[in-house]
Design a protein around this ligand. Structure first.
Ligand code: F6P
Length: 371
C-alpha cells in the first residue's frame, strides 16, 4: 500500500450536517483502513468547529482516533465526533455588535488551521451542504475526499446515501403499527416524514408500508383528489386511510411549509402534515389524526445495508487517498464503489424522477399520489 509520491502521515475526518445512522460505521472503517497503512487519524469536533473554535473545547477540537476510540461503534447511531448544520465555513454565522448574525467566509482561516495541525488530507462525511464546502476547500488546495451521507437520499451521482435505508425502514415499521389504529378506529392517519425537497423516504416507505396516499415534493398535490380516493375506499368498505406526507410536499397552487429561516443554515421545513390532516378531515368528514415522525427517522442503529455501505465508503475513501485521488466523492454504483468529482454531486439535487419505476409501481398499485 502507499502509491503516493509523498509519504502521508496524518489525515482528519469530520462529520457535517444532520446526523444519520451509519456515520460511526464510516468513521471506524476509515480509521482502521488508515491505521493499517501506518497513518495517524484525527476527528474534528462538530463539523469544522473543532478547528474554527478550538477555545470552545477543553480537550481540544481534534480527537485522536485510535483503534480503541473507534472500537464497538459500528452499530451506534449519531456521530462520536459531533456535528452541526450551523457551521458552514463558507457562510459562518458570526454575531455582530448589534446582536444580529452575519454570514462570514472563514475558509482561509480553516485552511491555515489544517496546515498548522499538519493534516495532509481530509475525509468529510456529509450531504449536499458538506460536499459544497468540500468542493470550495478542494479548489483552495485542500486534499479532500467526500463520503455521501443523508437520510434524504438527495445527493446526485450515488445510487444511494447511507442513512436512507435505516430511515425508510423505520418509517415503514411505523406505518405497519399505525395501520392497526387506523383500521380499528376507521380513521385517516396522516404521517409526516422528513426528506427535505426529495420524496424518497415518503415514497419508498409508503409503498413498503401499504399506504393509500403518498404526497411527495415532486408531485404537487390536490387534496380534492385525495378526498376522492378516501371516499372511493369508503364505498368499498375500507373505512380507514393511511396518508404519507413528505415534509417538502406542497399544494398545486402553493409553496413549501417552512418553519423558520435562520442565518447560516438551510430553511427548516415542517407543518405540511398538519395542514393536510385538517383539510382532509374537513373534506371527508372523517376523524383524522396526525403523526410527525421527524427526528425519530435519524436515530437508532443502522440497518445491515447502511452499515455495509458506510464501511465500504469509509474504506474506499482511504483507498482513494492512498491512490492520490483528491477533490472526489466516493459513490455507490452497484456492484462497485466509484469516485466522482465533488462538484458533480452537488450540481443538481437527486429528486424522484417522475417516470421512475417506483412511481409507476405506486400508480399500478392504485396508490393516490395527489395528482
Ligand atoms: O437532511 C436531513 C434532515 O433530517 C431533513 O430531512 C430535515 O429537513 C432536516 O434534516 C432537519 O434538520 P434539523 O435537525 O436541523 O431540524
Amino acid at each position: 500500500m502507499g502509491n503516493l509520491p509523498i509519504k502521508l502521515k496524518k489525515i482528519a475526518i469530520c462529520t457535517g450536517g444532520g446526523d444519520a445512522p451509519g456515520l460511526n460505521a464510516v468513521i471506524r472503517a476509515a480509521t482502521l483502513a488508515a491505521h493499517n497503512r501506518g497513518w495517524d487519524v484525527y476527528g474534528i469536533r462538530d463539523g469544522y468547529n473543532g478547528l474554527l473554535l478550538p477555545e470552545e473545547y477543553e480537550a481540544g477540537g481534534l480527537i485522536p482516533l485510535t483503534r480503541d476510540r473507534v472500537r464497538g461503534i459500528t452499530h451506534l447511531g449519531g456521530t462520536i465526533l459531533g456535528t452541526t448544520n450551523r457551521g458552514n465555513p463558507l457562510r459562518y454565522p458570526v454575531k455582530g455588535l448589534d446582536g444580529t448574525f452575519q454570514e462570514v467566509d472563514r475558509t482561509d482561516e480553516l485552511l491555515r488551521s489544517f496546515q498548522l495541525h499538519g493534516i495532509d488530507a481530509l475525509i468529510t462525511i456529509g450531504g449536499d451542504g458538506s460536499m459544497e464546502i468540500a468542493t470550495a476547500l478542494a479548489k483552495k488546495g485542500l486534499w479532500v475526499v467526500g463520503v455521501p451521507k443523508t437520510i434524504d437520499n438527495d445527493l446526485d451521482q450515488t445510487v444511494i446515501t447511507f442513512g436512507f435505508d435505516t430511515a425508510a425502514s423505520f418509517a415503514t415499521e411505523c406505518l405497519d403499527r399505525l395501520h392497526t389504529t387506523a383500521a380499528s378506529h376507521s380513521r385517516i392517519m396522516v404521517v409526516e416524514v422528513m426528506g427535505r425537497y426529495a420524496g424518497w423516504i415518503a415514497l419508498e416507505s409508503g409503498i413498503s408500508g401499504s399506504a393509500d396516499v403518498i404526497l411527495i415534493p415532486e408531485i404537487p398535490y390536490d387534496l380534492e383528489k385525495v378526498a376522492e380516493k378516501i371516499m372511493e375506499r369508503e364505498e368499498l368498505g375500507r373505512k380507514f386511510c393511511i396518508v404519507v406526507v413528505s415534509e417538502g410536499a406542497r399544494p398545486k397552487d402553493g409553496g413549501y411549509s417552512v418553519i423558520s429561516h435562520e442565518v447560516g443554515r438551510l430553511e427548516r421545513l415542517g407543518g405540511v402534515g398538519e395542514k393536510v390532516a385538517a383539510s382532509l378531515q374537513q373534506l371527508s368528514g372523517k376523524e383524522t389524526r396526525l403523526v410527525v415522525l421527524g427526528h425519530l427517522l435519524r436515530g437508532g442503529s443502522p440497518t445491515t445495508f447502511d452499515r455495509l455501505i458506510a464501511q465500504r465508503f469509509g474504506a474506499a475513501a482511504v483507498r482513494a487517498i492512498d491512490e492520490g485521488q483528491r477533490g472526489i466523492m466516493v459513490a455507490l454504483d452497484p456492484p462497485t464503489v466509484r469516485y466522482v468529482p465533488l462538484e458533480s454531486a452537488t450540481s443538481r439535487m437527486k429528486t424522484v424522477p417522475l417516470d421512475s419505476d417506483v412511481i409507476l409501481t405506486a400508480r399500478d398499485l392504485g396508490i393516490c399520489l395527489g395528482d
